[in-house]
Design a protein around this ligand. Structure first.
Ligand code: GDG
Length: 733
């Protein structure tokens, strides 16, 4: 099994100079992390997993170099470049990715632009990635898609490669629904549908996972159970995988002689000064300006620290083509100038500022050398710099100041955790950090080091890929329950060969889709025609077996010649006769139950009570799904204790709670028909768990089909009502 890693950028960029191409390393958390994982695979004696990294090579390339680049990328990096023209990349990357998704997902709605052209290019580039993958994928491969640039790709891949395991990991935060739904309706639905094309979707923190699950529930209508989502025809999972770093790489680099030497050099350069490190890509999410304001306030409040402290500020150029980044760079330059001008003197510069990329060893020397690291993002998916700093502290001295808005704060609780919006808090944290006793630093850093060493990037990636394999195994078992073509053929043959047949069909959710209001789910032409064709055949008895009241069934389906069962088995209409009670019933209890249901529906907007002759139903399909689920649980508890001495049952169906007389169910109703005649062919279709009574009551040779993907006593599952109709049509033709 090969692992296909897919990300927007490859771990290198191509430069074309004087007719030659050369490779340059690219930066960023995603690249650092995945590269470390892939390196570990190369050196591992346990796993021989092959991999290919698929992505854009960083610039448009002269077509005459494409073949050469492809060969070189494969031999040197195991990489497969996806060629995308400059204009598409501009709209896609600078446009939709970095002006829409990046700011919005980091909760900066004011920076977010909504541009239809950019969206169209986002779709186009996702499709180009899909085409590239389809060209090289092999039957046993597993695909792991990374990050916000490629959120439509999982669905596109699933459509073309249904059997290939597809995982997706989001490296940035998934925003709360109030922010996510600022996206135009069409975009947000397509993005969510794109993501749930994956078999496994991973996030850095539990909060992001919950945000995503809430969006899929509210905007797509798919609920979950412990992160397991069942759609119309698939199962998939969303889970939390906090990304780690290659701990040993930073720890061991920090212990190298040349790094120690570099550290000594830094010591002599900054003799007598405490040092504060700040390293980030230039990005407004990283909170660099807030950090400087906090430092400024610290210097203002603590004159005793003047000439005793210095901030080493490294800003790595990033997304240079985007306005907001240029504006931020100008603000940053101005603020550094202001602070240095305000507090500095000929013999002391409070901030040493460099706008450049640092190679690994100088970076690690700085981690190991500085007394304090200030990492204060306003919002950050994880933040690997925080973990790298801790890993590099071989002598366990050093203090991490970390924003609570970084995913990493969930794991690095021993850091001084601050709110980056409050400069007073940052200034106080700085004082605390600079004055922290060494034993305390050692204690805190030991705890953090242990944690990030245990859950490093290799564990992270192994956990993800392992879970992707498990979800796929589960999916295979699940799919085994789907009616396959051989079984379908056999079912149709049995129907054709049979001298007498009976087919039980539930109505809502089985033959027609659910509707917000039950009265809107009336039958369409297709279903009426289908039912008439079945019941028009003297060899076939059709029984509509529903929870609906008899009047509605009569009005909607009365002229199809089908037999009918209403209220889950209370009333029966058989062979054109009048409706009759299956057994004598009493409905006096309704008087006591109705007020409870009414009070509940007053408390939950969008819910309502339906009263039938021998049952009452509380419907909450149109209500807020989360609040409704809490109210439903409370109501069930109330009803169960209230009805303990009454001969009724309390049942929870699909977004309904129903109270009805005991001793009535669809199984008993089905037996009424089955005991009157002998049938060579028996089939039952139903979606709800009230249909489980029906499935359980049927003889072994019956064909029972659950409509929907949940577990069931039925022999087979069918995806949804459309597939049920398709099957019925195929039986007839
Ligand atoms: C995204 C998410 C999430 C930075 N400057 C230099 C340099 N770096 C390296 C660091 C670190 C990486 O870049 C930055 O990673 P972060 O995690 O801090 O941030 P993003 O680039 O925004 O990454 C983030 C991450 O994806 C992973 O999922 O944590 O939340 O935004 O590895 O060391 N490396 C070198 N010189 C530099 O000057 N060598």
């Amino acid at each position: 099994m090969r692992l296909l890693i897919v990300s927007n950028r490859l771990p290198f960029s191509i430069e074309e100079k004087e007719g030659k191409i050369s490779f340059k390393e690219s930066t960023g958390g995603l690249v650092t992390g995945i590269s470390a994982y892939l390196d570990s695979l190369k050196n591992s004696s346990f796993t021989k997993q092959e991999h290919i990294w698929i992505g854009w090579p960083g610039s448009e390339i002269n077509p005459k170099f494409e073949n050469e680049l492809r060969k070189k990328a494969l031999s040197d990096y195991n990489a497969y470049p996806v060629y995308i023209d400059e204009k598409s990349m501009d709209h896609f990357y600078n446009g939709f990715c970095n002006k829409t998704i990046w700011p919005l997902f980091h909760c900066f709605p004011v920076y977010t632009t909504y541009n239809e052209t950019a969206w169209n290019y986002y779709k186009k580039v996702n499709e180009q990635f899909c085409e590239a993958i389809v060209k090289i994928v092999k039957p046993d491969d597993m695909v792991w898609v990374h990050d916000y640039h490629l959120m439509l790709l999982p669905k596109l891949l699933k459509e073309k490669l249904p059997g290939t395991p597809v995982g997706f990991f989001l490296h940035i935060p998934f925003p709360p629904i109030e922010i996510f739904r600022l996206l135009p309706k069409k975009w947000r639905v397509e993005i969510l549908e794109g993501l749930i094309g994956a078999d496994l979707i991973g996030f850095h923190t539990h909060d992001y996972t919950q945000n995503f699950l809430k969006c899929t529930l509210r905007l797509l209508g798919f609920d979950h159970n412990m992160g397991n989502i069942t759609t119309d025809n698939r199962v998939l999972k969303a889970d939390t995988f906090p990304m780690g770093i290659h701990y040993l790489k930073y720890h061991d680099t920090s212990a190298l002689p040349e790094v120690r030497q570099e550290k000594e050099k830094l010591k002599s350069t900054f003799t007598g000064l405490k040092t504060i490190l700040s390293v980030d890509r230039l990005d407004y999410t990283k909170g660099i300006l807030n950090r400087l304001e906090g430092y400024e306030l610290f210097l203002e409040n603590n004159p005793e620290w003047h000439k005793k402290v210095v901030m080493l500020l490294f800003v790595v150029p990033s997304r240079i083509g985007i306005d907001n980044y240029q504006k931020m760079k100008a603000k940053l330059d101005a603020l550094v100038g202001k602070i240095n001008g305000k507090f500095g003197s000929l013999d002391w510069t409070p901030i040493h500022y460099q706008y450049k990329y640092l190679p690994l060893k100088p970076l690690v020397s700085l981690y190991a050398f500085c007394d304090v690291a200030m990492i204060t993002p306003l919002r950050d998916g994880m933040n690997l710099v925080a973990k790298e700093y801790i890993a590099a502290l071989t002598d366990k001295t050093g203090v991490l100041i970390l924003s609570e808005m970084a995913g990493a704060a969930k794991e690095l609780g021993e850091a001084i955790v601050i709110n980056p919006n409050h400069k007073e808090e940052i200034a106080d944290a700085l004082k605390e950090a600079l004055e922290m006793p060494v034993e305390q630093q050692n204690k805190r850093n030991s705890a953090m080091q242990k944690r990030i060493q245990e859950y490093d990037v290799i564990r992270w990636a192994n956990d993800f890929t392992q879970e992707l394999i498990e979800v796929n195994e589960f999916k295979k078992k699940f799919n085994a329950r789907l009616l396959n073509s051989a079984d379908k053929k056999q079912l149709i043959k049995s129907f054709k060969d049979a001298g007498s047949r009976i087919i039980f069909m539930d109505y809502d959710g089985t033959l027609v889709p659910f509707s917000g209001l039950p009265e809107n789910a009336y039958p369409d032409e297709e279903i009426l025609k289908l039912l008439k064709s079945f019941s028009g055949d003297p060899k076939t008895k059709v029984v509509i077996i529903s929870g609906r009241d008899k009047q509605t069934l009569q009005n909607w389906l009365g002229n199809t010649n089908a037999d009918m069962v209403s209220e889950h088995g209370v009333w029966i209409k058989d062979n054109g006769n009048d409706w009759q009670l299956l057994k004598p019933l009493n409905a006096d209890w309704k008087l006591k139950i109705m007020p409870i249901l009414k009070t509940n529906s007053d408390r939950l907007p969008g819910s309502f009570v339906e009263e039938k002759e021998f049952s009452v139903v509380w419907h909450y399909r149109r209500s807020d799904p989360e609040l409704a689920s809490i109210r439903a649980k409370e109501l069930i508890d109330d009803l169960i204790s209230f009805t303990a001495n009454i001969d009724v049952q309390v049942l929870q169906g699909n977004k309904v709670i129903e109270v009805r007389n005991a001793g009535i169910n669809k199984g008993i109703a089905a037996n009424y028909f089955l005991s009157k005649n002998k049938y060579d062919f028996i089939m039952a279709l139903g979606d709800d768990w009230t249909d489980e009574d029906l499935f359980k009551s049927l003889p072994d040779n019956a064909y029972s089909l659950k409509i929907g993907m949940g577990s069931s006593h039925a022999k087979y599952n069918l995806g949804n009502y459309k597939e049920a109709r398709k099957l019925l049509n195929e039986i007839l033709n």
